[in-house]
Ligand binder design. Structure first.
Ligand SMILES: C[S@@+](CC[C@H](N)C(=O)[O-])C[C@H]1O[C@@H](n2cnc3c(N)ncnc32)[C@H](O)[C@@H]1O
Length: 288
């Protein structure tokens, strides 16, 4: 036979359970019902009204964001454009940690509002703007850095605009996806992600007149992205442009004009190429 205190404990426990169950049922019963959709709600129209995304929304991990900004060497005062900016994390990190400013565009107004709220909360709303805009309609010329987390085919569609609209030397970083035949200048692994960097190359394709002391030559350069090859003609003699490299406006190649190979290292300045060392005594001008 159980003792009296033991029975009392059982009864008190059972009573407490009963109170809890009743409270739970009461709470459920009093919770507001799901708001009903308006009678004339048209699901097909709602779906059709959602923005058509060229890339789905997936946020970049913060560790990868840091790697992207590091690889692009984002610095104070840089103008960063993020195409498909999502919740704004790339631009907000660039502004908050590195003193940059910029513009994020996204086709989805929900994302734009979220990014604007996040920028305000992070105290960087004065330096970064988020706008509802199609990334294919966004002018790119102002950017010092372009950040992308899109899809390979979207990168490929953007590629001609990057190469023609953006200033030589602009840094382009992409999370995971490449640019087809335009190979990256650098690539880094971050966990399971890949971060890729391109430096927009100066356009050097065509004919150039090289004056080097009392010698001169005509160079024909053939360019594919940051790679180039070429031939030089001087005094009825042909020579090959060797080991050419181009990073933004910085150019370097070897050429033998008859006195042994010489290193030509300089800077593309529009229709001229000038030596990095002003005392090098050579210069190139684009021929029309
Ligand atoms: C993979 S998410 C990247 C989000 C953010 N940049 C990040 O890395 O965390 C791609 C974003 O692109 C946006 N997007 C897709 N198509 C777009 C378009 N045509 N114009 C602008 N934004 C677009 C999507 O709404 C989405 O927010």
């Amino acid at each position: 036979m159980p003792s009296r205190p033991f029975l009392r404990a059982i009864l008190v426990g059972a009573g407490a359970m009963l109170v809890l169950v009743l409270a739970f049922l009461l709470f459920r019963g009093s919770s507001a019902p799901e708001p009903a959709l308006p009678e004339n709600f048209d699901t097909a129209q709602f779906v059709a009204g959602r923005p058509k995304l060229d890339a789905p929304y997936v946020a970049t991990d913060l560790e990868v964001v840091d790697a992207m900004l590091g690889l692009a060497q984002v610095r104070p005062g840089d103008h960063v454009i993020d195409l498909g900016s999502g919740d704004g994390r790339i631009l907000i990190a660039a502004a908050r940690s590195l003193g940059a400013g910029g513009l994020g565009v996204d086709i989805d107004p929900v994302r734009v509002r979220e990014a604007q709220a996040n920028a305000r909360a992070a105290g960087v709303a004065a330096r970064v703007a988020f706008r509802r805009q199609d990334l294919f309609d966004t002018p790119l010329a102002e950017a010092d850095v372009l950040t992308l987390y899109l899809l390979p085919e979207v990168n490929l569609r953007l590629r001609p605009r990057i190469l023609t609209q953006m200033r030589p030397g602009t840094r382009v970083v992409s999370h995971d996806f490449d640019m087809g035949e335009w190979r990256p200048d650098e690539r880094r692994r971050v966990g399971t992600a890949t971060v890729l960097l391109w430096i927009v190359p100066a356009r050097i394709e065509g004919s150039w007149r090289l004056s080097d002391g009392d010698r001169s030559a005509t160079l024909a350069l053939d360019q594919q992205f940051q790679a180039f090859i070429g031939t030089a003609a001087a005094d009825g003699r042909a020579a090959r442009v060797e080991q050419g490299s181009l990073s933004g406006e910085a150019i370097r190649f070897l050429l033998d004009l008859g006195e042994g190979r010489r290193v030509y290292e300089g800077q593309v300045e529009g229709d001229a190429i000038v030596p990095a060392n002003p005392r090098a005594g050579w210069r190139m001008e684009r021929m029309r």
